[in-house]
Design a protein around this ligand. Structure first.
Ligand code: MN
Length: 729
């Protein structure tokens, strides 16, 4: 147990004018009153108020606060009275001890109503004197440090309350050191498995890096010194709970986290922060997206610092926080950094003080419902998060900026994967809507859904992003597998050779694949030609088509193959083409299909497929001039045909070019014709504007060639339109 002398020494180190007599008197009085009382751990009870006082000296609080800490449990737990304390120590100290006593009565109560009442009283007491909050937090911190002596069930509830209320409250008023310790202590009891795993690995990492850390510190310090910047660089391991949160947020494992170590650069002046940043960025390359300037834009809790990440000495990712000594104090101690004052009133004009005062002001509302107040204030404590509800009332916590897609994945991966829409508070809303606190979100699902890859950029949570990536990868893998099988089936049919899994299984090792699925997918991706598979399966197979010299069907130039190159593909007759070709159903089918980037293709067009390794088939109308580019790559050409389900029609992309009179409202007339004829306009581009005529290009979606032609006919009938042509590349 700390001795009286040690405590006074601690205070005098930062406050040489401290009232020694007061501290000594409080020490003796507290020790006498608690007498032989013991704590759950068996320690003398007085060790607790003494440790709380010691925590306050770390926060460099005034001597009245330290004295109050020594006395904070006397009225509640001993025969001491307010009057007696007033008489001995004055009303200021007596008042503070009484405030803490009122709070203590409600400590560790687990019913929500009581917890709410407790919290309300805490804030009311704080409105009289902010030191109550600081002493209360120190009291909770010491109780958490000694929580091991409590029975299991009680331990869990206390840790829960600390994690829900006290740790965020400490963070909200800027006391990061306090917040981190409270979080880690709670985490240890709330999720012991995760806590143990993470601390063990951290210890291993610390051992592995014990040489590296001083090296990086040294390198940074020397670099800054050579530019005449005095800096203290200190390496620091991240805390277990913050690592845990990061793993959860990003959906990654411990090993995948690259920034376990951070370095603090403490400099003398604000100006030096920016100079130091300049030197760091000129010496090592910075990691994009990791730079934040909280000096020019401080956080709500007054946090100021520059954050950046560089690829530092030894190609190691190094996370840096650059700040002045003064900023560092505020970062660590928050409100307590300004707390060497006598009256403890909330007068400081800082973000954290303002927040506290406003929160306390709301307590004066006569209609206040304490439980609601607790909930709302808790929501504000987690100011980087939003809390939303499922229709059944389950609460889902998400980072700010989260969308219904994130919500879906937070509920369950399956819910995210099958999400096609969302109702927010009963109304259908776009999936990119940013969720707000208290939103009730209902996910509309469809079994047929595959999450579109673009969602990865809409989602903000790591969990959602990882799941979307996984699902699209899986879907693409399936598509390539499907395509590969179709290509093989057609090729074997054409060669009049039987195809079966056992035949493929025999051929696979010869082609460098162990599993049939890999082999088929490789064909689908265009990495392996169907001919190579045929030859591996039937070594005697000769490509008759290569041997014969086929001619294009008269007039058609089926593949545009009339430019004298060696033909690998036989030009099939219509019936044959049907039989051997790959059916095209649209982009959302089970094949990796896209349409000609310039001009698209619609059912009714005669079409050709071009296989792009890794991307799938691009479908071109045979008249597309873009096909020329593939003339010398016959292995990429595929026979394809339309296979449209009349009961489930889909739209296809097409492009038209118009020349119209330059008249007011001409564009509106054109759009009207297209809309009247059930066409969807995707994009309108003015190719040439001014003069007597406009040249306009319109990307649209139509059902088929007939539909497209009807739209073109209707447009041509408009007097303002002088020409309409379909564009193909
Ligand atoms: Mn206590």
């Amino acid at each position: 147990m700390m001795r009286q002398y040690d405590l006074v020494e601690r205070v005098k180190r930062y406050n040489p004018a401290a009232d020694e007599a007061l501290l000594n008197k409080a020490y003796v009085y507290g020790m006498m009153k608690h007498g032989s009382q013991t704590r759950a751990s068996g320690d003398p009870y007085f060790s607790h108020p003494l440790e709380v006082a010691a925590i306050l000296t770390d926060l460099r609080l005034d001597d009245a606060s330290v004295a109050v800490a020594l006395l904070h449990d006397t009225i509640e737990d001993t025969d001491a009275t307010r009057d007696e304390i007033d008489a001995l120590f004055g009303e200021e100290i007596g008042g503070l001890v009484e405030s803490l006593t009122k709070l203590k009565k409600l400590d560790f109560v687990f019913k929500k109503t009581q917890q709410a009442e407790n919290f309300r009283r805490l804030l009311l007491a704080v409105s009289d004197d902010v030191r109550v909050l600081l002493i209360k937090l120190a009291d909770r911190l010491h109780n958490m440090r000694t929580l091991g002596a409590m029975p299991d069930a009680k331990r869990f509830r206390i840790a829960e309350e600390t994690m829900e209320i006290y740790a965020p409250l400490a963070g909200r008023i800027g006391m990061q050191g306090m917040r981190e310790e409270l979080e880690d202590l709670s985490f240890r009891y709330l999720n012991p498995d995760a806590y143990n795993k993470i601390t063990q690995r951290l210890a291993m990492l610390a051992e592995q890096n014990k040489d590296l850390t001083p090296k990086i510190e040294q390198a940074l310090m020397e670099k800054l010194q050579s530019a005449d910047i005095k800096a203290l660089v200190k390496g620091r391991q991240k805390k277990p709970y913050s690592i845990f949160l990061k793993m959860q947020r990003k959906g990654v494992s411990f090993e995948q986290l690259s920034d376990i170590f951070g370095f603090r650069v403490i400099v003398a002046k604000e100006d030096d922060c920016y100079r130091a940043l300049g030197i760091v960025h000129r010496t090592w390359s910075s990691v994009p997206g990791r730079f934040k300037d909280y000096i020019s834009t401080p956080k709500q809790n007054d946090y100021r610092s520059i954050h950046t990440t560089v690829v530092g000495p030894g190609r190691q990712r190094v996370e840096l926080q650059i700040r002045t000594e003064e900023m560092h104090k505020v970062c660590e101690y928050g409100i307590a950094a300004h707390a060497l004052y006598k009256d403890g009133a909330l007068t400081r004009e800082s973000g954290a003080f303002t927040w506290l005062r406003e929160t306390v002001d709301r307590l004066n509302d006569p209609n206040l419902n304490p439980e609601e107040f607790l909930e709302n204030t808790k929501l504000e404590l987690f100011h980087d998060q939003v809390f939303c509800f499922t229709p059944k009332g389950k609460i889902i916590a998400l980072p700010r900026g989260a969308t219904p897609i994130d919500f879906g994945y937070a509920v369950h991966t399956d819910v995210g994967n099958t999400c096609v829409g969302a109702k927010i508070n009963g109304r259908i809303m776009p999936l990119m809507t940013e969720l707000a606190n208290g939103d009730e979100v209902e996910i509309i699902r469809s079994k047929a859904q595959i999450p579109p890859p673009a969602w990865e950029h809409i989602a903000v949570t790591g969990k959602a992003r990882a799941a979307i990536r996984r699902a699209t990868r899986e879907a693409v893998r399936k598509q390539f597998g499907g395509l590969g099988r179709q290509i093989l089936e057609r090729a074997f049919e054409r060669a009049e050779r039987p195809l079966s899994d056992s035949i493929l299984a025999q051929a696979a090792p010869r082609l460098g694949h162990n599993a049939i699925a890999d082999l088929i997918a490789a064909v689908g991706r265009g990495e392996l030609s169907s001919e190579a598979v045929l030859k591996a399966a039937y070594p005697d197979y000769q490509d008759e088509r290569a041997a014969s010299s086929p001619k294009p069907t008269a007039g058609e130039g089926w593949f545009g193959l009339d430019r004298g190159r060696t033909m690998k593909f036989r030009v099939p007759g219509e019936a044959e083409a049907q039989e051997h070709s790959i059916p095209i159903r649209g982009i959302s089918g089970d094949l990796p299909v896209q349409f000609a980037p310039e001009g698209g293709a619609v059912p009714g067009d005669r079409i050709v497929g071009i296989l792009t390794p890794g991307e799938g088939i691009t479908v071109y109308p045979i008249q597309s001039p873009e096909l020329k580019e593939f003339d010398d790559q016959p292995e990429r050409w595929l026979d394809v045909r339309w296979d449209i389900d009349p009961d489930d029609p889909v739209r296809f992309p097409a492009c038209i070019a118009l020349t119209s009179l330059n008249e007011p409202g001409s564009l509106a007339q054109i759009a009207q014709v297209i809309a009247d004829n059930d066409g969807n306009i995707d994009n309108i581009k003015m190719m040439r504007k001014g003069g007597d005529f406009h040249e306009i290009r319109i990307d649209l979606e139509v059902w088929d060639l007939k539909h497209l032609n009807r739209i073109i006919q209707q447009l041509r009938q408009k007097p303002i339109i002088s020409s309409v042509l379909r564009v193909n590349g």
